[in-house]
Design a binder for this molecule. Structure first.
Ligand SMILES: [Zn+2]
Length: 289
């Protein structure tokens, strides 16, 4: 089983447009996240597939019914933080408040614990060594924020995702990194977002088959706005506009093909399975699936 995830945020909340769409303007912009997320759930139900939805606390406050509906349909609700601040632009205290606030909002809505967290723009790195301990202390069981670009890269250049345990002084947490592939010497996160829209579907498919041959899994990520070619165009740097608006009309069909050709599960389901194997084996050094 591969893992499928969606970062639930508005089209105007992406980092590429922060210089123009200031936070204070968010409330005045037209919301499209609910309709776009519902479009995704229809596709998923056509293929009897459940996924993980990393929901922004800011979105959950304004669309509580969306969060409840996703949970009722059997999808996993996880946290994308509250305000979509990059982790390395926050102090440890601000980060703690952000992840605590979003977890509480989501748990109040769905009535059960939230296990997973994904940072905006995968912004946990060696610059933020305090972030993982904060997540553990705040009760998160897994994180999916770290591009570990060279971990597990094979001769074919494909780095499988897998789940691995991070041990810290305050406890342990599972890390589920997005998959990357070697392209022209760079490990690129081709499994999601802009890369999925940029590359022909045949390339994504080849990448997944390659992962499967080495017994590895994909962590796929998309955003609801990536299935919305009609979204209002924002002003911003040219490169940001190209990246954001490229091939939006192709995502839906490509996602259909992906769901037709491969099997996916929510991340927490896979993490629980890995944890079970790990505890059964008593292997303290390493655990992957
Ligand atoms: Zn995001």
């Amino acid at each position: 089983m591969h893992m499928l995830s969606f970062d639930v945020e508005e089209h105007f909340q992406v980092a590429a447009f922060w210089s123009v769409a200031r936070r204070r303007e968010w409330n005045g912009l037209a919301s499209r996240v609910e309709n776009n997320s519902m479009k995704i759930t229809e596709l998923l139900s056509e293929h009897s597939t459940k996924a993980t939805f990393f929901v922004l606390g800011w979105v959950a406050e304004r669309h509580p019914e969306l969060v409840k509906r996703l949970a009722q349909q059997g999808h996993e609700i996880a946290s994308h933080g509250y305000g979509h601040e990059l982790v390395h632009t926050q102090t440890p205290t601000e980060f703690r408040q952000d992840v605590r606030r979003s977890k509480r909002i989501l748990e109040d809505l769905i009535g059960k614990p939230v296990a997973g967290y994904r940072a905006p723009s995968f912004s946990i790195s060696s610059r933020t060594p305090w972030a993982i301990p904060v997540l553990i202390e705040e009760g998160y069981r897994y994180d999916s924020s770290i591009y570990n670009r060279f971990r597990g890269a094979t001769e074919t250049g494909v780095a499988g995702a897998g789940a691995y345990l991070i041990e810290t002084e305050v406890g342990t947490i599972w890390e589920v990194s997005p998959s990357t592939m070697n392209a022209c010497g760079l490990q690129l996160p081709v499994a999601g977002g802009g890369y999925f829209r940029l590359l022909p579907y045949a390339v994504s498919k080849m990448f997944l088959r390659s992962l499967e041959r080495q017994g590895s899994q994909l962590v796929m990520y998309l955003h609801p706005w990536e299935l919305d070619p009609e979204q209002p165009r924002m002003e911003g740097p040219l490169l940001s506009k190209v990246r954001h608006y490229l091939n939006l009309s192709k995502t839906e069909q490509r996602l259909r093909w992906l769901l037709r050709d491969f099997s996916f599960a929510p991340i927490n389901q896979v993490v629980q399975h890995v944890r079970y194997i790990f505890e059964k084996q008593g292997d303290r050094s390493h655990a992957t699936v």
